[in-house]
Ligand binder design. Structure first.
Ligand code: FES
Length: 858
């Protein structure tokens, strides 16, 4: 053990070191400065950046011993909420953040860049390339890059040198100063640390599990003691420190009998393939990757399905068969393949469970659904409502992966029950990229028929095999049948189960995959018929909101000036592509907001959460508008669910803002009527509440699934992307993206734009880079770190323009609906169509890697 002294943010600190700790571990665990975030643990993402003797370093790789006698600056030393640095002010004003988990690292390095820039350039403005180069070691999974560019440029220009502050997000100040405490930062007195023990093989029968001297341990196997994928939790152990817990996990012995397994969906379909689920009971327990209610489907071996969405399917089949026989040029038949995309939320799955008081289980969980988690836990452990409290003040991203009670939460609860002490369990990046779900892969066959003279749509057949590993209930073909509906059609979804990690809902589940297939097929048909791709969609599409977007897209200069397909022959070829998107409108009718007066201040409370989408700001603005005050004057209490907390929506299914905004406004209006004007301490104790309810005055489609109601009307998006293809290296660069959204009036336009920009970034990742890869011999995930699993960087960000077509949602209170999912669906498909326009070669397999592109164009 060695003891070192170091100066951190101007204060002398002492640390006791075993010698192998990283600076990040010591800064977080011994100094309690949790603004420094741990994301990749490999020096790739930049979230843990601190300055040592003025130089920015990745503290996850920097040895703690090297901090001896050094001057260290963390984000907490850059500026406080009372005295912000110009760079922090710029991030707040230009909304250079969403969930905020990457933000401290960006701020520390951006300050270093700002100082260098201002020393040499005074108030000149760095261009995007210069900023991208300076911050090249930083990643943001939410895709807040546009805001980051704007913020850094503005700070360097000197726009934020004065003390004046503009704040887009009400919780921005906590995030830019490192004050925001996420679940992974929570430390309680007497807390134990836990880790999961996972299967290293893809299929096995598990015998005895021997935990040696581990003081607290539990098995986590299903009743049949089978593991079906590499990474499946087998057991969990807890100990006084994380390193002890890891040692106990390493010395735990698990007796296994390995079983044959199958990872390739084609092999899984063959007769005699190892069965993933060999009994009815096991099939019933298969995880679901659906967000809502699945369509009914039957099992045949490793096939689950098909689940069908038909409308005059015989006519569709007959018409396509005759067109095939006749060799009609109005028929396009294509096959598309996609691979799993990983959510990669920057805050890993994390739980701190405190069940030391048998009458109160307190749970800090990184979740998108505080209220839902509380209800699930209450049910699972047969507790009374007042016995469970769930806390998630800040959430470092989720994207659909944090909607349910995950194994890490179960393990932390059980170990806390055993030990009667608080227990923390935070997944490693390897676990996060292996075991927390993915957007499933697929193979989609599309047959699309149009009249070869007039271009009218005549039939559509979509057959999709979904590859969600051990999970089932995927819908891709079903989504295709909801879009161009004026034709006989049949969509069939079949799950092919394998011993790969389970898929799970991911922003717009099934959406980007359906668009990749269907929107490229339409493009191919337009090309075959020599029709304009927008005009053909206008002819087919019955959604009047999307018609407004087509008009907007047709008028874009980039669209009007696009090259003729296949007309270029140089090394660099430019292309422009379009794709449209369709999604449902969901709402949580039971969402309730209470607005009250405490200490003369407005307080809004609901059991929802903010995972970076801006729910806190939405509620603050809704209440502030009614009272005609600044949003910062409203305290919003989100991220907590207890018996007395009014129900709030989960952050999933694009239902959050559309549920919160009207309820918050109505509650605020009632309170204002009661107090008769601005609030003062004399109004302390006054309060009013409002429930969102279904859409009043209209008949919502009568489908309610749990906390979600399907509202009337489909949301719509259209993306136009411009790419440059390097035909020598096979690399594709996205130059600009125009995203049109028909979701009514955005309640907080800055946040809505940021969500849409982030969707474009994630679409670029899906289109060009992201692909979970498994070892074919073991089933272990090979892309289990951020070096091997490439997500878009600052330098990959194109110029993004977002347009809101506001008509068509007047029947919805507030006049606008959710957009997080519809915005995600069409970017990748528009990039595929742009590559075709540039090269004359159609990419059918995602991601469009350079090797695939070079093979294709040659
Ligand atoms: Fe960057 Fe969420 S804001 S990871």
């Amino acid at each position: 053990m060695v003891t070192i002294n170091t100066r951190v943010n101007g204060q002398v600190r002492t640390a006791d070191l075993e010698g192998c700790e990283s600076a990040a571990e010591v800064i977080r665990d011994q100094f309690g400065l949790t603004g420094t975030k741990l994301v990749c643990g490999g020096g790739v993402c930049g979230a843990c950046t601190v300055r040592v003797a003025g130089t920015a370093v990745a503290s996850c790789l920097f040895p703690a011993t090297s901090m001896r006698d050094a001057e260290v600056t963390t984000v907490e030393g850059i500026g406080t909420r009372a005295a912000l640095h110009p760079v922090q002010r710029a991030f707040l004003a230009h909304d250079g953040l969403q969930c905020g988990y990457c933000t401290p690292g960006f701020i520390v390095d951006a300050v270093a860049f700002y100082e260098r820039w201002r020393a040499g350039q005074e108030t000149g403005e760095p261009d995007r390339q210069t900023i991208a180069r300076a911050l090249a070691g930083h990643l943001c999974r939410c895709g807040a890059y546009e805001g980051i560019y704007r913020a850094v440029a503005a700070a360097c220009r000197g726009d934020h040198d004065s003390g004046h502050e503009e704040i887009v997000r009400v919780d921005g100040p906590e995030k830019v100063t490192g004050e925001a405490v996420y679940t992974a930062d929570v430390a309680l007195p007497g807390m134990l640390h836990a880790v999961l023990i996972r299967s290293a093989t893809a299929a096995a029968e598990v015998g005895q599990v021997s935990f040696g001297n581990a003081p607290w341990a539990l098995e986590m196997l299903p009743p049949d003691r089978r593991v079906r994928w590499a990474g499946q939790p087998i057991a969990a152990v807890a100990a006084e420190t994380l390193s002890e817990a890891r040692q106990f996990a390493a010395s735990t012995t698990v007796q296994t009998t390995e079983l044959p397994f199958v990872l390739d969906p084609e092999e899984a379909k063959a007769d005699g393939a190892p069965l993933v689920y060999e009994t009815r009971a096991a099939r019933k327990a298969a995880p679901s990757s659906a967000e809502g209610l699945p369509l009914p489907a039957r099992w045949h071996g490793n096939r689950h399905g098909p689940a069908s969405m038909p409308f005059r399917p015989s006519a569709a089949r007959r018409r396509i068969a005759s067109a095939r026989e006749a060799g009609s040029r109005g028929l396009v038949e294509l096959e598309f393949t996609t691979h799993p995309q990983l959510h990669t939320a920057f805050e890993p799955h994390a739980t701190v469970a405190d069940w030391s008081d048998p009458d109160l289980l307190r749970l800090w969980v990184s979740t998108q659904a505080v209220d839902h988690i509380r209800h699930e836990v209450t049910k699972r452990y047969q507790l009374r409502d007042e016995q469970v409290e769930v806390i998630s003040d800040y959430v470092g991203g989720g994207f659909g992966a944090k909607l349910t009670v995950a194994p890490d939460t179960v393990a932390a609860i059980e170990l806390s029950r055993l030990s009667r002490r608080p227990v923390r369990l935070v997944l490693s990046r390897n676990e996060e990229l292996t075991a927390t779900g993915n957007r499933p892969g697929s193979r989609a066959k599309v047959s699309l028929l149009a009249d070869d003279r007039r271009g009218d749509i005549q039939a559509m057949l979509v057959d999709v095999e979904n590859h969600a590993g051990v999970a089932v209930n995927n819908s891709v073909a079903a989504l295709c049948t909801l879009v161009y509906r004026r034709t006989p059609r049949l969509g069939r979804d079949t799950d092919i189960v394998t011993n790969a990690p389970p898929g799970s809902p991911f922003r717009g589940p099934g959406g980007p995959v359906y668009a990749w297939a269907l929107e490229q097929s339409i493009d191919a048909l337009a090309h075959q018929l020599d029709r304009d791709p927008i005009a053909l969609r206008q002819q087919w599409d019955g959604n009047r909101r999307r018609q407004g977007l087509y008009e907007w897209a047709a008028g874009l200069e980039v669209w009007r000036d696009r090259p003729a397909t296949g007309s270029q022959s140089g090394r660099f070829r430019r292309g422009v592509g379009i794709a449209a998107a369709n999604w449902m409108y969901f709402v949580d009718p039971d969402c309730e907001v209470v607005v009250s007066v405490e200490d003369g201040r407005l307080v809004a409370t609901t059991a929802s959460q903010d995972m970076g989408t801006g729910s806190r700001t939405v509620v603050a603005r809704a209440v502030a508008e009614v009272f005609e005050v600044a949003p910062g004057e409203v305290e919003v209490r989100l991220g907590r669910s207890a018996k007395a907390t009014p129900h709030g929506p989960m952050s999933g299914g694009s239902r959050t803002t559309v549920s919160l905004w009207p309820a918050a406004r109505e509650a605020a209006a009632k309170l204002r009527a009661e107090v008769g004007g601005p609030v003062t301490p004399a109004h302390n104790g006054a309060s009013a509440s409002a429930r969102r309810g279904g859409d009043r005055g209209i008949r919502a489609i009568p489908v309610t699934m749990g906390e979600i109601q399907v509202g009337r009307g489909f949301t719509a998006a259209v993306h136009v992307s411009e790419v440059e293809v390097d035909t020598h290296t096979g690399k594709t660069r996205v130059l600009s993206v125009y995203g049109g959204l028909a979701v009514g009036r955005p309640h907080v336009p800055e946040l809505a734009r940021s969500q849409c920009e982030g969707s474009v970034i994630q679409g670029i990742g899906l289109a060009l880079y992201e692909n979970q890869v498994l070892d074919p011999h073991t089933g272990l995930t090979l892309t289990a770190n951020l070096e091997d699993y490439r997500i878009p960087q600052l330098g990959d960000t194109p110029e993004i323009t977002i347009y809101f077509h506001e008509d068509g949602w007047d029947h919805v209170p507030g006049g606008g609906v959710g957009l997080g999912e519809v915005a995600t669906i069409s970017p990748a498909a528009s990039i595929g169509n742009a590559i075709f326009n540039a090269t004359g070669w159609r990419p059918v397999t995602l991601p469009v890697r350079p090797d695939r592109l070079l093979r294709g164009i040659r």
